[in-house]
Write a new protein. Sequence first.
Length: 582
Amino acid sequence: MIAPAQTRIPDEGAETVRDVDVLILGAGINGAGLFRELCLQGLTCLIVEARDYGAGTSAAPSRLIHGGIKYIETGELSLVAQSTLERNLLLRNAPHCVEPLPTFIPAFSLMKGAFAALRTLFGSTTAPRSRGALLIKIGLALYDMYGARHRVMPRHRFFWRKAALKEMPAITPRIAAGGLYYDAKISRPERLVYELVADGLAATPSAMALNDTRLIGREDGVLIFETGASGGNRPFRVRPKAVVNAAGPWIDRVNAALGKPTKMIGGTKGSHILLDHPELVKSLKGRMIYFEADDGRICLVYDYLGLAMVGSTDIKASDPDAVRCEDDEIDYFLASLRSLLPGIPVSRAQIVYAYSGIRPLPASDASQPGLISRDHSSPVLEAEGDRPFPIISLVGGKWTTFRGFGEEVADSLLKRLGRSRTTDTRHLAIGGGKDYPVDETARAAWIAAQAHASGLAPARLAALLSRYGTTAADLAATLAGRTDGAGARASVLDTAPERMLEHVPGYSAQEIDWITRREQVAHLADLVLRRTTLAIEGRLTQAGLDEIAAIVGAALGWADSRRRDEVEAVSRQLTAVNRVRL
């Protein structure tokens, strides 16, 4: 089970300096993954996040765990090999939130794109505008080959036009063929980021993880931070042996703050929309359609928590603080869907959520954003002058490969620090994936055992298991009025029968309180956008937001004015950026 990850702020005075082996700046997926790696090797590690765990680019992916079939086209075969391996490992290590995703890829011609693909493979900067059946068939065969290590899913199948239309009847009859292969999807990526941090804290008592904390100064090799309001706005000082800049699209800004300006990042913007469209979801038959839009760009649509996830754009952009899904991107998504599935009407009225983020890709002069490498690197700025520590920047990468990337960087840091690896994370379950019941028989047995122990209804336990994995056992104990996983009652709410919320279906006051007290919730947005999927599922109303804020505020001791400010901030975020209708 995940141990509670309470904010660990040093109790020393402001002038006391805390010595650490490694300081990680930024707690997105790469930073959190590295933090877990280092803590499991016994290093004293501090991870600091200015906002919240997984609040930046890591909250804006296509929510896929995939091998990157399109990277075959650009010749990044080593990346495909690593990505397919890490996908297979995540299916085993995080089964509570990563699951197989059958994927249908249509071909609209037989031979188009073959020669253009060869040119791209050998260095051309112009991607093929069309990928015919021959090219797709070769790509799928190669994809199967690279995904052979620790294989957990079937090999691909290929269909000519008549059979392809039988497989996916709603698709446009313009198709010439289609392939069916397997990747994976992740239901709660932001929560998995938090679980990686919590795993690291559980592994090493000396480790610290701080969100809502900012770098405010540096002097004589010491970095000075200030906590947010949740930490009492207290400054503290850290002397690291090495610093890892895991700030994603903010990497160059952070390096400048550390006294070493760089130009490492040349990101691209990716946007997505979610539609409340049961007819569209039903037509997908549990599959993702990974398709070529009329302009040659790649799009996707699949069932995400009962909604239709549609993405993604790939537009050069540089300002991660001013990014949102724009109207022209929405128009593009809807037009692409209408062309792909002509018999299914789609409209803006069906959008319940939209989001966008900047991919922290390496600076590049590629003519098309899609040709910028998705591989990762970790350039080092060695110690110099009044900066006695090296800065290792985590550039690029993709969600799927975070563990492999973290393993590489951890090994280089261990070598620098004269330490040896003690734990291999390749087959180590993450968070609520530990001891997870992976088949129906095991799942039924787990639910029955927890129902007997807690007295909760099986249906309620099934819902909690789907949200939190086996961590739900700790929550169930709390809901039953027994001690929580920390060994003590978390709140006076534990002494009362579970009270389901009036305006937030499926959640209880005790559940919200439990998350707030145990999982480093500093702001209302942390809970509704990242510890849960309440916002992205389109389930929030203004009344529901107020109801949740009352519980969070009581748990954290907020004054009425602070609670109103938190509600206003989340409401503004959801309506102005995410296009939610509260």
